[in-house]
Design a protein around this ligand. Structure first.
Ligand SMILES: [Mn+2]
Length: 424
């Protein structure tokens, strides 16, 4: 299915009068609103290939219908999203689920949809059908060298696939850890992991980066070999300038102050970027901004402040990716909501009155500091997001257009109702 420009324009024509009214009311109070709009237009969020189908839990999986059956159809789905919101101009692949059979054709297809390839992800958290050695007790940290070598070879193979597609980063998330006290010598597990990562690091092409993602628990429930940002940072520092820490919002223990973590990683120039999602209890992989939008805003507040302090390009100097799973929603609708939530938090952070905030901080004026932050957070910035979308050729209301065009029904007609995409 392809969405035609005329369909978007017809949708926008219907909604433009009410949009103009709310946009004019909002924008008149924003100094240099054009620079905010420009930043929003430039800001693209990568869609993970594994989130285009229905996910599930260990209790079950309920297919939604019309799920992509191949890498080409996954690219087509992200193309649909991007056509509607003009903010999803990248796709993040997972190897071996997304190994292209025809690299040239896949690149051409992505190009046709205006998509680039973001970080490629390796997978040593499950055994593949033809695999010789098992990852049951870990991969890069494994006590047996042969298992570590197999996992290292896989990561290098992922780099080669990514290189062929024009990607420039490898994300490594390890499920390595231990389920019970005594199972593992922590220090030796760290050193084995580091030694393995060094071999992969050495295979990185010149312009590539390595992202080291951490996670507090699951699937291992006693320890994880890259369990928090401190451990990830330690690996990234020891590896060298091409290694960075990747923050997945759901990978922290409850109540962690993620915005402070982000601020310090940025200060050390070791922040790779994000896997966005939301959670209430653990790694819930819920729609971004659905549970705790204030935390998301506070994270973006630190990002904007820290990136500006480092003179970084907001759109290009960090990796912005979604990592979510959809159990009950249409994945494409969910992803549109996630992208919208990210842009809302970003726009609100751009509206923070930095001068007044700094003055309040220097004067220990706690009340004023809170007022400044919440003034931005409580601003309904949705007309700004819609305006930036219209100017980029997207829809005023993505989900409404998606439903009006019966996109899911069309995909089910094309692909069937019982197909299941590879994913988490
Ligand atoms: Mn993740």
């Amino acid at each position: 299915m392809q969405i035609e420009r005329e369909e978007i324009e017809a949708h926008n024509d219907r909604l433009i009068t009410s949009h103009r009214k709310s946009y004019n009311a909002l924008s008149s109070g924003i100094p240099d609103v054009q620079s905010v709009i420009d930043k929003l237009m430039n800001f693209q969020i990568a869609i993970p290939s594994w989130a285009l189908g229905t996910g599930g839990t260990r209790f079950g999986r309920f297919a939604g219908g019309g799920e992509p059956r191949s890498l080409e159809e996954k690219i087509e789905d992200v193309g649909l999203l991007h056509a509607i919101n003009r903010s999803s101009g990248a796709i993040s692949l997972h190897i071996p689920w997304d190994i292209p059979t025809n690299v040239k054709a896949v690149r051409k297809l992505a190009n046709h949809h205006g998509l680039r390839f973001d970080a490629v992800n390796s997978n040593t958290f499950q055994d593949q059908p033809q695999q010789k050695l098992s990852y049951k007790f870990g991969s890069l940290h494994h006590v047996k060298k042969a298992v570590r070598q197999q996992a290292i070879r896989h990561n290098i193979e992922v780099i080669r696939h990514g290189q062929a597609l024009g990607s420039t980063a490898l994300t490594i998330w390890l499920s390595d850890g231990s389920c019970f006290p005594g199972q593992l010598n922590f220090r030796e597990a760290f050193q084995r992991t580091l030694e393995s990562l060094r071999e992969i690091y050495a295979a990185l092409p010149r312009n590539w980066k390595m992202y080291i993602e951490y996670k507090a628990f699951e699937p291992n429930f006693y320890s994880m070999s890259v369990g928090d940002w401190g451990q990830s940072y330690l690996f990234a520092s020891k590896l060298g300038p091409k290694a960075f820490t990747l923050v997945d919002l759901g990978h922290h223990l409850p109540h962690a102050n993620i915005e402070q973590i982000v601020s310090l990683l940025l200060m050390e120039k070791k922040l790779a970027g994000f896997h966005f999602n939301d959670s209430k209890y653990g790694d819930d992989d819920l729609t971004v901004g659905s549970i705790n939008p204030y935390q998301l805003f506070l994270i973006f507040n630190e990002l904007v402040e820290g990136m500006d302090a480092n003179k970084m390009d907001h759109a290009r100097d960090l990796s912005w990716m979604i990592d979510a799973s959809h159990n009950v929603k249409d994945p494409l609708e969910d992803l549109m909501q996630s992208v919208e939530a990210i842009k809302i938090a970003y726009a609100q952070a751009l509206l923070v009155d930095r001068k007044t905030l700094t003055k309040a901080q220097d004067a220990n004026d706690v009340v004023k500091a809170q007022e400044v932050l919440q003034q931005a957070y409580r601003t309904d910035v949705r007309p700004l997001i819609a305006e930036s979308r219209i100017l980029s050729g997207g829809a005023v209301q993505p989900v409404t257009l998606y439903r009006d065009l019966k996109v899911r029904e069309n995909l089910i007609k094309e692909r069937g109702s019982r197909v299941q995409a590879t994913g988490l």
